[in-house]
Design a protein around this ligand. Structure first.
Ligand code: GLC
Length: 468
């Protein structure tokens, strides 16, 4: 077996090769450097893919590339985001960008989804941008960058877009399908957990970064208010464990008015068969999505782990999530940490939810595939909850295959034993995810770049709310 020091060295070499330069400055990393297949847009810098790289660069004191990335993507925010003459919201951040060479000059070209397969909106980009800006400030102490007028303006545009009044009764953010890491139709429209966890972390970041002054204070007040209700809503209604499942199983439907217990009118018959066997005696998780008469009972990994890291999940819930991962190890971690969601949708459900997507067949890609990039949020959540034993175990599993399989993007099969059918090799966030997971375990203090403690404002709000 390849030694850890060799793996780490190989990973760093590959990561350095993935860096994108613009007018002589490092500004990001390409998504993959696969020599075997056509690049399509994998030669671009994706916002979400750059996040683990950026955190790693910050930890290693190479903050310049992150600073450049934040500055350049901010200028892209104000560029044209048009498709067929329709203008998307101002605060939107691109899914990806690339450097274009023309007449001896270089330009950045952004993709806000108008080129992407399915023309999907990258809602997560502006959320990751805020989270990353806060991580940069944490690592460098350079609050001046965040306080620059153009940064404040960019933040406020994002907040306006995210906090705008919509046709919605919930404090969670309503998004179209494919608005985040799962950027294809997978039945993840509505109020998906991953977006809510990123939304929560982004709002907490913004609260720290808004400059003092009248405008900042107004936004801070709105952000504060939303944080508490969002937090309450997720903890109260998304949580699933054996006890909650029992409650749902005996729910009455059609309850009208304020005293309704089954507020979202979830019908017991919608509990999927797999869940009653699968839910352990101890341990639990946050549901994938919640809407009227609709609870997506699938386990979505990034949403759950980011909920732990950001303290969107309560302390008790966070520990239970880690416990569930331990108890359902072969389903969720298997031969490559870890599954993007569990279980896969199959047959008619696959046809309806994915639109017959051949890339998202059961137990492949977004439909229950295993993604090594998820090693870093696993390590972060494990560190936060004191379950580093689980993360080390996962790293050991990953180390057996990562280099041999040329840093594959994802794996297929129920336990992640097969290298993904259409996956890229030398995928940058696989490489960075491995290195970052090790950093979080070896240097626990570095987790503060990304994590948040329980929100004291939330506790105050709860007392106020419960006392009526
Ligand atoms: C795929 C993934 C997406 C990722 C992109 C680049 O489209 O679904 O999450 O950002 O590849 O790696």
């Amino acid at each position: 077996m390849i030694s850890t020091s060799y793996l780490v060295k190989e990973a760093w070499n590959l990561l350095e090769k993935s860096v994108v330069y613009y007018r002589g400055r490092a500004v990001g990393t390409v998504a993959a450097q696969d020599p075997y297949v056509e690049a399509l847009n994998y030669d671009q810098c994706f916002m979400r893919d750059f996040v683990p790289c950026a955190l790693l660069f910050l930890i290693k004191g190479q903050s310049e590339i992150v600073r450049n990335f934040l500055i350049e993507t901010l200028t892209l925010q104000s560029s044209d985001k048009q498709m067929d003459c329709f203008n998307a919201g101002q605060g939107l951040m691109p899914a990806s960008f690339k450097v274009k060479h023309q007449d001896g000059e270089q330009f950045l070209i952004a993709d806000f989804g108008e080129h992407a397969i399915g023309r999907v909106t990258p809602v997560d980009s502006c959320l990751w941008w805020l989270i990353l800006l806060r991580a940069y400030v944490q690592a460098t102490g350079d609050i001046d960058l965040a306080h620059r007028p153009e940064f404040q303006q960019g933040m406020m545009l994002i907040l306006k877009l995210c906090l705008a009044d919509r046709f919605d009764m919930y404090p969670t953010m309503l998004v179209p399908d494919g608005a985040f890491m799962i950027d294809r139709r997978m039945g993840v429209y509505g109020h998906p957990l991953e977006i809510q966890a990123l939304f929560y972390a982004a709002l907490r970041s913004a609260r720290e970064l808004l400059a003092p002054g009248r405008r900042g204070d107004v936004f801070r007040q709105i952000v504060n208010q939303r944080l508490s209700v969002l937090n309450y809503h997720i903890r109260e209604y998304y949580w699933i464990d054996l006890k909650r499942l029992n409650d749902i199983y005996r729910y009455r439907g059609e309850e009208f008015g304020e005293t309704a217990i089954n507020k979202f009118n979830i019908y017991p018959d919608s509990i999927p068969d797999w869940l009653t066997e699968w839910i352990p005696e101890t341990g639990g998780y946050l549901a994938g999505n919640l809407g009227p008469a609709q609870m997506d009972f699938r386990f979505f990994t990034l949403g759950n782990l980011m909920a732990v890291v950001s303290s969107l999940a309560s302390d008790h819930e966070s520990h239970s999530i880690m416990e569930l991962i331990e108890q359902r190890w072969s389903d969720l971690v298997g031969y490559m940490p870890m599954k993007i969601c569990f279980p896969a949708v199959e047959d008619l459900e696959w046809k309806i939810l994915t639109g017959c997507d051949p890339k998202n067949v059961p137990w492949s890609y977004h439909n229950g595939g295993n993604w090594p990039v998820l090693l870093w949020p696993l390590a972060a959540a494990a560190q936060k909850t004191g379950r580093t034993d689980l993360a080390w175990r996962a790293i050991e599993v990953a180390e057996r295959r990562l280099s041999e399989d040329e840093w594959a993007e994802y794996y297929d099969g129920r336990n992640g034993r097969l290298v993904g059918k259409a996956c890229r090799k030398f995928q940058t966030w696989t490489i960075a995810g491995y290195l970052l997971a090790r950093e979080f375990l070896e240097h626990p203090d570095k987790l503060s770049l990304l994590s948040f403690d329980e929100d004291p404002e939330m506790l105050e709000w709860l007392c106020y709310f419960r006392e009526g």
